[in-house]
Design a protein around this ligand. Structure first.
Ligand SMILES: Nc1ncnc2c1ncn2[C@@H]1O[C@H](COP(=O)(O)OP(=O)(O)OP(=O)(O)O)[C@@H](O)[C@H]1O
Length: 699
């Protein structure tokens, strides 16, 4: 950015020199704008990476178009290329854009937006790209993304140029028609219109493809980013425990990420808004010039005083008032849209949950209760919908009225001058059209208010999701009690376990679980046995103290209701490792040992196994998983509670025979389990309503 800034500064000096040489005041204006642009370009080294792309493009264009302009002013531009010189206003326009990019980077909502945008544009990951017909290449993903954005912006600007060129074609073509000049008519059609129209169509197709590829690359990256952050260090579990912070993470990852980048059916995303804003700004700047010039025709009513840019100030005031009123009426829309997303996601989730628990609901004949609660949730959607309709109705009354009045206003302002014979009809219509274009650009917020409110709610949802991830991670890191230590035993010292609401439930002074000594933990329901297991596994974030676990030891925890992932039975028994990590024979042997031999032939069957298998079968799938994983420590949290005593006995004997190097620690209530453990610990009430583990000696 620094080098570019120096180039812009040098150009500013050149423009001032040429301005002095030619006595051209507009070149002084350009020199001033370029000097400011040089300053903001220098400072832009610290702004968001995404905005930096635009600041770089516009500052570079300031120099390039500016030099062409200076060459023209000095008569150095070849006459043959006259038609191809950019409009005189171009360098100033792009300099203003570059300054504006720097200015908007300081607006709070833009900064929030850029924080999420820059996750991608700052990424250091490698990606693969391909530019036809060249072979694929590897580069930094962010570099590929930047290149795509640059090409897209240039294509976009090129299209504006073609539109302008075609408007000249239009003029010449109609002149040829009026003059009945047939050769010129055909020449214009075949040699001007046809090639430009072809280039336009080709560029539109390239733009569409490139834009779609950019959006899907960006979405893939951002989705991976959020999934990674959400799953990392058990954050998803910490967030679920903490509650409140961010509802429906699934929806934020699946929908909000997409909406943020590319909008949805009814709106725009960060990319489309950028392009839309550039187009709007182009029109604003170019027509502001026209309007400023036209203002020379309009003295203050009743006087001969001319205010420079009078019409421009009128339209600015008019648009500002309109925008302020729109915001005043519609500002609660953002909150309503935020709420809508939450309610829709809640409703969808309750339907998905019903599908998951359909057997339990059917057995309890809970359908009418479910219907009631589903409809109640849906009522929430309707209430929110009606509130949005109500707000949009009020907004519409204003924006539609504003839209109706706007085209009339410039005529009302210019009419007195026309009737007094001070201006001609042509000037009046030209003023009206320039006024309309500037006003249209300035009222960007009015025109897109609803869609912007929707976008802001998506931004808020992603920002709060990010915040919830950060605070859950901080909590996990702050309260991490487990640390690897030398030795083979697990040792807990001065550990207190609490609930998310801050209530303490378990206090442990000193507890050592010796390697090789199978241990049974029992005690009253709710005394914190499972919570103790969770703390040892390192996932319970509400703990203080110290838990030393043997360095490099593999710890596996089997809960009462095991997790069965979607997919095949093989996927379920090797989870969380990949199928390729275990041989087919080992899988079959594990099923046989877990008394699941009849399922060997169905290992590859994709099914809803969590709904197809009985509770006891699911617990045995977890046992088969442990057999394959061969952990150093196996914590069984009532992991055989659904088996009859005889089968439980067989499973425990088998585990002890096959997992010779594994230390088993179980939670269980059945007295028959004593026989399979060498040590028995009981959770007993202690001071302050807490529970503490004590050794129990059997006679
Ligand atoms: N996520 C949670 N949020 C709030 N309270 C919780 C949470 N998880 C557990 N608790 C509470 O912590 C206490 C201990 O729960 P825990 O599951 O550890 O008990 P337990 O001894 O294993 O019980 P059981 O023998 O019935 O399985 C209970 O009162 C429970 O309600």
């Amino acid at each position: 950015m620094q080098k570019l800034s120096v180039a812009v500064a040098v150009f500013a000096v050149l423009a001032a020199l040429v301005g002095a040489h030619k006595g051209a005041s507009d070149l002084f204006v350009l020199a001033g704008a370029a000097a400011l642009c040089a300053y903001t370009t220098w400072r832009a080294a610290d702004i968001s990476s995404y905005l930096k792309i635009f600041a770089t493009i516009f500052s570079t264009e300031t120099v390039v178009f500016g030099l062409i302009g200076l060459a023209e002013a000095e008569g150095l531009w070849p006459a043959a290329l006259k038609d191809y010189a950019p409009p005189q206003s171009m360098p100033l326009t792009v300099a203003v854009f570059s300054i504006l990019v720097y200015a908007v980077s300081h607006i709070r909502v833009v900064r929030e937006m850029m924080r999420i945008t820059d996750f991608y544009f700052d990424s250091k990951d490698r990606g693969e790209g391909r530019v036809w017909p060249l072979p694929p290449f590897a580069a930094r993903e962010s570099a590929i993304a930047v290149a795509m954005v640059v090409v897209l912006v240039l294509i976009n600007q090129g299209q504006v140029g073609i539109t302008v060129r075609l408007s000249f074609f239009n003029r010449d073509w109609f002149n040829a028609i009026q003059e009945k000049n047939a050769p010129e008519f055909w020449r214009q059609l075949f040699f001007v219109f046809t090639p430009w129209a072809f280039v336009y169509v080709a560029s539109a197709v390239i733009e569409f493809v490139l834009q779609s590829l950019l959006v899907i690359r960006w979405r893939r990256w951002l989705t991976e980013h959020y999934i990674g952050r959400w799953l990392g260090t058990h954050t998803h579990y910490g967030m679920a425990l903490a509650g409140g912070g961010a509802d429906n993470p699934d929806q934020r990852i699946a929908e909000d990420v997409n909406r943020f980048i590319n909008g949805a059916e009814e709106g725009y995303g960060v990319y489309s808004y950028t392009i839309l804003l550039i187009a709007t700004l182009s029109s604003l700047v170019s027509f502001s010039y026209v309007l400023w010039d036209l203002s020379g025709n309009y003295p203050l009513p009743g006087t001969d005083i001319y205010i420079p840019g009078f019409l421009f100030w009128v339209v600015l005031l008019y648009a500002t008032v309109g925008t302020a009123v729109t915001h005043l009426i519609g500002r609660s829309l953002t909150g309503l849209y935020f709420e809508r997303q939450r309610r829709e996601a809640d409703f969808r989730f309750s339907l998905a949950r019903l599908r998951e628990y359909s057997e339990q609901v059917a057995l309890l004949a809970g359908e009418s209760a479910e219907r009631g609660s589903l409809l109640q949730r849906f009522m929430g959607i309707i209430v929110n919908y009606l509130a949005i309709v109500q707000k949009r109705k009020q907004l519409m009354v204003f924006t539609a009225t504003y839209g109706q009045i706007s085209p009339i206003i410039p005529y009302v302002i210019t009419a007195p001058f026309y009737f007094a014979g001070r201006i001609q009809l042509g000037v009046m219509t030209q003023t009206a059209s320039a006024f309309g274009r500037v006003e249209g650009a300035l009222t960007f917020f009015i025109n897109y208010y609803t869609s912007l409110a929707n976008f802001k709610s998506v931004l808020d949802r992603l920002t709060s999701f990010d915040g919830a991830i950060d605070s859950a991670r901080a909590q996990i890191v702050r309260t991490r009690i487990v640390s690897p230590a030398e030795g083979d035993d697990i040792r807990l010292r001065e550990v207190t376990l609490s609930l998310p609401d801050g209530r303490s439930i378990v206090a442990i002074d000193d507890l050592t679980l010796s390697a090789g000594q199978s241990t049974l933990l029992s005690g009253p329901s709710g005394s914190g046995k499972s919570t103790l297991f969770r703390a040892i596994a390192g996932v319970w974030p509400y703990a203080v103290g110290e838990a030393l676990t043997p360095k490099g030891a593999r710890v596996m925890l089997a809960p009462q209701r095991p997790y069965i992932p979607m997919g095949s039975l093989a996927d379920a028994i090797v989870y969380p490792s990949a199928g390729a990590d275990h041989s087919r024979a080992a899988m079959e042997e594990a099923l046989r040992a877990a008394k699941l031999a009849p399922f060997i032939s169905r290992l590859d069957e994709d099914n809803h196994w969590s709904q197809r298998l009985s509770g006891g079968e699911q617990q045995r799938v977890a046992i088969a998983r442990a057999l394959l994983a061969k952990p150093d420590w196996l914590f069984l949290d009532e992991a055989t509670s659904a088996l009859d005593e005889e089968l439980e006995e067989e499973i425990y004997s088998m585990l002890r025979q096959r997992l010779l190097k594994t230390t088993i620690v179980s939670i269980g209530h059945r007295s028959t389990l004593h026989a399979f453990h060498e040590r028995h610990i009981v959770m007993e009430p202690a001071a302050g309503g807490l529970f503490s583990p004590r050794d129990k000696v059997h006679a």
